[in-house]
Design a protein around this ligand. Structure first.
Ligand code: C2E
Ligand code: MG
Ligand code: MG
Length: 729
């Protein structure tokens, strides 16, 4: 409200009371007259002060409080003097003079204005003049003076009303322009709406929605821009803010630009006035970029860059969710798969081709197993499949069979096709493990077991794969008892010359006939000995047994051939190992040339620096070292060059597909490099005549496998030693 309207409003109020006081005066007693007289003085001085204030404010001028007080005091004295000393007509004329003076001043101040306010001064002057009528013209002029004065006040009231309206409109326009200026350059979208109808929006609003003008923004557009499931709630909020039930509201959501691009918007609304009407002001913040950045970061943190698949962390989270289920019937399979000989593949075709194969495998698995399993990538050539939902209560190795079917077809790359073999470890929830970590550990252990089987293979994890302390203790007890009770024996598998078939050596293979259990596979008990830390003492026991056996054969007066003893990479990493071997050989008096060592290629010996010193010392002692199971995935061709090795044993999984031409090509490449490096090459796991012929053709120097002989008892091995070859041939 403009200040002058308040002042003039109060002026009119005080003015309206004064004639009443005058009317009562003539009928009142002496006391009443005294009270009414002083009342008239008070009201008269107050309304005149208000008139002065009103005109000062109408002219946009300022006046101090002290001056107001001084004016009020002066007017009170003046009005009191005129009324008490003179008469009512005299007082009325005195008031007229003051009104005239104020009018003259206002006239001067406002005559230049273009608005109706310029008439306030002349009207006040006229009013002042008319108020003197009774004094000049006598009592007869009372009624005309009163009527004229009332008329003039009415006109002044209308003039001031018009002025107030004009000023309110000017002020509203000024505010609106200021608002528009403020919002024009804002990055946030701003809109003003009466209920459903948007009456103003800034350029940012149009830009966010991809609109060209406000004309496109209809109530229908507004409703259509809000997703159906949010519409009712948002409309309720808008009504509540508009009718004042709530102060403001805020929400965020997914919207679409006119071209269909998704947008992430934040909305805030509150009530405002627009051209005198209650309206809703909406401020829209476009959060799309920030949202997309956060989503991209989250995706990056939980996904593999190469294949775009969820990574190990994401798999663990999913597994934990699945394991925390309250559904007692929940059951699912976790299948880990690892590509066989992938390192070799990278060496042969280059890393970028390796990446292409990984991508192709990831895509194939995702496509073929959509709805069946969630695929994630665990690391270099390892993937995990988490069964979406088992078909029945007991999960079966069906998922693994499905993968085997899928991989029976080649992976199609733009220029080439590749077949890949994978080793798979399958863990079942809840049979194998009840939590994410033990399931993953068990599946991983089973996958490593599968690695030892040629071609694509699957091993189902049993409870024993879930390594718990109680089980480790049990294994340790059994192994210790086995070592003490000498339950371990050795079988000897001949290695023959690839060309002549002559016996060149034996491989000593450990056998455990566990008391009360029966035969245990070396794959199992060697792994258990590695886990429990007993591999060192077991290894030395077996080496001693080989030495004893050599002495027995020596006593049978035959020409001895070297015997290869398998050594765990964990033994090799022990800096004291070469010394232990040396002292054992010396104890039995066995020449170093009669013993060779086979070290399985593994992640441990891929860490070359740690194995290098021991390998050098063994070579200095005169022992030959073979890299066993070459091609199963950990080592690279570069390792052959760096490590002081004498023999490389090509893994059964590379020999098995022979005589297929591409399999021969791989073996041939290894043989060529090995020969350049002066390494002897042994083909392992040769089961057929065709494989033996192909291995010879590819360049292998020695052959070992069921085709020539299974692992033999020491007695049968002695017959081989006597014959110098297969005694049956
Ligand atoms: P490895 O050193 O690669 O031994 C060769 C394995 O292949 C032996 O299995 C042998 O029986 C098997 N094999 C030989 N020819 C053929 C064939 O033509 N076809 C098939 N299918 N298999 C064939 P085994 O005896 O079960 O030994 C398995 C693994 O256990 C060995 O693999 C070796 O890594 C480990 N191992 C065995 N004895 C010892 C030992 O005394 N010390 C250590 N540290 N590890 C041992
Ligand atoms: Mg071996
Ligand atoms: Mg082997």
């Amino acid at each position: 409200m403009a200040r002058f309207t308040r002042d003039i409003g109060l002026y009119y109020l005080a003015l309206a009371i004064t004639p009443l006081l005058f009317a009562f005066y003539s009928q009142a007693g002496p006391l009443g007259q005294t009270v009414l007289l002083w009342g008239t003085i008070a009201f008269g001085s107050v309304y005149l002060t208000l008139l002065v204030l009103g005109m000062v404010h109408l002219a946009h001028r300022e006046i101090s409080r002290a001056r107001i007080a001084a004016i009020l005091l002066g007017l009170s004295l003046f009005m009191g003097y005129t009324l008490l000393q003179h008469s009512w007509p005299f007082a009325s004329a005195a008031s007229g003079v003051i009104t005239f003076s104020v009018g003259a001043l206002t006239w001067r101040w406002l005559w230049a204005s273009e608005h109706s306010e310029r008439w306030a001064g002349p009207l006040l002057c006229l009013m002042g003049v008319t108020q003197c009528g009774q004094l000049v013209l006598g009592v007869e002029a009372t009624t005309p003076q009163f009527m004229l004065n009332t008329l003039l006040r009415l006109v002044l009231g209308l003039v001031l009303f018009q002025t107030a309206l004009q000023r309110a409109t000017t002020e509203a326009n000024r505010l609106r322009e200021q608002f528009e200026r403020l919002t024009w350059n804002s990055h946030q979208g701003v809109a003003i709406a009466y209920s459903q109808e948007i009456i103003y929006c800034n350029p940012a609003f149009l830009k966010i929605y991809g609109l060209s003008s406000l004309a496109q923004v209809s109530p229908q557009w507004l409703s259509a821009s809000i997703p159906a499931d949010e519409l009712a709630a948002i409309m309720t909020l808008r009504h509540q803010v508009l009718d004042g039930t709530r102060e403001d509201a805020a929400w965020e959501g997914l919207r679409r630009r006119m071209d269909g691009t998704p947008l992430r918007l934040r909305f805030a609304i509150w009530r405002t006035q627009w051209e005198g009407q209650p309206a809703l002001q909406t401020v829209i913040t476009d959060d799309t970029e920030r949202h997309d950045t956060i989503a991209a970061l989250l995706h990056q943190a939980s996904h593999d860059e190469l294949t775009g698949l969820p990574n190990r962390g994401a798999l663990l989270r999913r597994l934990r969710e699945r394991c925390q289920t309250s559904d007692p019937d929940e059951t699912f399979s976790l299948l880990l798969l690892d590509i066989d000989r992938f390192k070799l593949f990278n060496d042969a075709y280059g890393h970028s081709m390796g990446d292409e194969v990984l991508k192709a495998l990831a895509e194939t698995l995702q496509r073929e197993l959509a709805g069946v399993a969630e695929v994630s990538r665990l690391g270099s050539d390892g993937f995990a499949l988490l069964e979406t939902r088992a078909a029945d209560a007991a999960p079966s190795p069906e998922l693994a069979q499905r993968v085997q079917q899928i991989l029976a077809w080649p992976l199609v790359l733009p220029e080439q096709e590749f077949f890949v073999d994978v080793s798979m470890g399958l863990a079942l929830y809840p049979q194998t493990g009840a939590d994410a970590e033990s399931l993953l550990r068990a599946a991983n252990a089973a996958m490593h077991e599968a690695k030892k089987i040629a071609g694509s293979s699957v091993v189902v994890a049993e409870q024993r794969f879930v390594r718990g302390s109680a089980e480790v203790l049990e294994q340790e007890q059994a192994l210790r008892a086995g070592i003490i009770n000498r339950e371990f024996s050795l079988a000897y598998q001949p290695k023959v010359d690839a060309n002549s078939g002559a016996l060149l050596g034996f491989e000593a293979l450990a056998r455990w006939h566990r008391a009360g259990v029966g035969a245990v596979s070396p794959l199992q008990f060697i792994a258990a000995a590695e886990r429990t830390g007993l591999i060192g003492s077991l290894g030395m026991l077996l080496l001693s047994q080989v030495c004893e056996q050599l002495l027995v054969w020596h006593d049978a007066a035959v020409k001895l051939v070297p015997v290869a003893v398998n050594v765990s990479p964990l033994q090799l990493l022990d800096p004291g190992f070469p010394q232990l071997v040396d002292s054992t050989l010396k104890r039995y008096g066995v020449a170093a040339e009669l013993i060779s060592l086979e070290v399985t290629e593994s992640a441990a010996i891929a860490n070359m620096e740690q194995a290098l010193a021991q390998l050098n010392q063994l070579r200095d002692l005169g022992l030959k070292v073979a890299l066993d199971d070459f091609g199963t995935g950990f080592s690279s061709l570069a390792m052959l060059r760096t490590l002081p090795l004498s023999v490389v044993k090509i893994d059964r999984s590379l020999i098995e597909p022979m005589p297929a031409p591409d399999a021969i090509a791989v073996v041939q490449a290894i043989c060529q490099l090995a020969t350049t490096l002066k390494l002897r090459v042994v083909a392992e796991g040769v089961e057929t005549e065709a494989q033996a012929a192909a291995a010879q053709l590819a360049g292998c120097h020695e052959i070992q496998g069921y085709y020539h002989a299974r692992p033999l008892t020491p007695e049968t091995a002695l017959q081989w030693l006597h014959a110098g070859a297969n005694p049956i041939c």
